[in-house]
Write a protein that binds this ligand. Structure first.
Ligand code: ZN
Length: 404
């Protein structure tokens, strides 16, 4: 991105604080009866007041028409190009369950599968075993497979037939072929290094594959082996302190968002469960940091469930809880989402979402609410999510003039 050429020369550390509030999946679509979106339906006195006093606009998470996962959605909000900076599926899976992934580690998504002794995959999901059965198998495997060729192996239950694996050791690279034949009735594919740097990873994974089969063959379960997918490493990126000179904190309830925040070098506040506890955490750590990422998850979950009313209620709850930030001082505040999750679609979508930026230096515009249609009237226009961080730095007066 061009910003990388400009920012290092003009960024400065100041006392002003930045708050980025992400209402996950907040963007929606009109209800068939009322013609109003979730945000338009919700009663949101605080967000309305903020929007009236802010510059507003719409954000495009990745590219027009592209529906992002929460991973790319957040990477963009943190000011990284979501296409250049992709977080591998294995890494996301491991971060999602709260596993620690170090910068030299290999992270993998695992599927328990039914495999015959002569390596034919007969069920790629092992009959979708229960999560409890998965936990029993994982604890058996964890006891028997701790280290291979000096590489520490950690296996975690995700749910049903899914698990996650972290390899910790030196000389590991993620470029190896997967053993999943993709079709049932086919043999396991050999795990091969696709470059020299990945030789050791391929050896370790082949050994794990073999050991898992040996251990599980005599056990009364449909899970007889492991398919490895999404074999990946953390992206090599600059942290918030390197990139923006910011001392950043993450206030979130779900492991995946905490994990992504850790990838960009934020300190993660643990033990939070409700929006209220998140706001209390924000108050508690206010003096220690100059950047706060506050993530609210439930808006997305209800969108995914197709539960329009519950999504509206969550927006209203967030509005009530967030209102205390009126009494706190920030150089700049952004409130937006990482992508839309319209209840109508029961899934993420490509639609642009509302954004407000509040700062003493923001021009108030015609957008009076944080909604899709109101923010379309805003002065910020339509911007890419990856630009928001740079606006926040500017509005909080952390950027010097570029050039003489
Ligand atoms: Zn999301």
């Amino acid at each position: 991105m061009d910003y990388e050429k400009v920012i290092p020369g003009i960024i400065k550390k100041t006392d002003s604080k930045i708050l980025l509030i992400v209402l996950d999946g907040v963007g929606g679509l009109p209800h068939s009866e009322t013609g109003k979106t979730e945000l338009e339906t919700a009663s949101t006195p605080f967000l309305d007041e903020m929007a009236s006093k802010s510059s507003c606009g719409l954000t495009i998470p990745v590219l027009n028409g592209i529906t992002p996962g929460s991973g790319p959605g957040h990477i963009a909000l943190f000011g990284y190009d979501p296409i250049e900076t992709q977080i591998g599926r294995g890494v996301l899976e491991c971060l999602g369950i709260g596993a620690t992934v170090g910068k030299d580690d290999i992270a993998i998504r695992g599927n328990f599968a039914t495999i015959t002794p002569d390596r034919i995959v007969t069920d790629r999901r092992a009959g979708r075993i229960s999560t409890e059965e998965n936990q029993e198998i994982v604890s058996l495997l964890s006891e028997k497979i701790k280290e291979i060729k000096g590489v520490k192996v950690s296996i975690y239950t995700v749910k049903e037939h899914r698990c996650a694996i972290v390899l910790k050791g030196s000389g590991l690279a993620p470029y190896v072929s997967e053993n999943d034949p993709q079709k049932e009735g086919q043999p396991l594919k050999p795990i091969k290094a696709l470059d020299r740097s990945s030789d050791k990873t391929a050896e370790v994974l082949s050994e794990i594959e073999k050991k898992v089969m040996e251990i599980l063959m005599p056990v009364d379960t449909k899970a007889k082996g492991l398919l490895f997918r999404g074999i990946s490493k953390l992206p090599d990126i600059k942290t918030f302190s390197e990139k923006y000179k910011l001392n950043a904190a993450c206030i979130a309830t779900y492991p995946m968002y905490k994990g992504i925040a850790k990838v960009v070098g934020m300190d993660v506040i643990d033990g939070l469960e409700t929006i209220e506890s998140e706001i209390n955490a924000l108050k508690g750590i206010y003096n220690q940091y100059d950047f706060f990422f506050l993530h609210i998850k439930k808006t997305d979950s209800y969108g995914e469930d197709g539960n329009f009313e519950a999504k509206v209620k969550t927006i209203e709850e967030a509005d009530r809880c967030l209102s205390v930030i009126k009494n706190m001082k920030f150089g700049a505040i952004a409130i937006t989402g990482d992508h839309s999750t319209p209840a109508l679609l029961k899934s993420h979508s490509w639609h642009p979402l509302p954004l407000l930026i509040n700062s003493p230096y923001a021009i108030q515009d015609d957008a009076k609410r944080l909604t899709e249609r109101e923010c379309a009237k805003g002065i910020l226009g339509r911007i890419y999510s990856k630009e928001i961080m740079y606006l926040l730095l500017a509005y909080s007066l952390k950027l010097d003039k570029f050039g003489a």
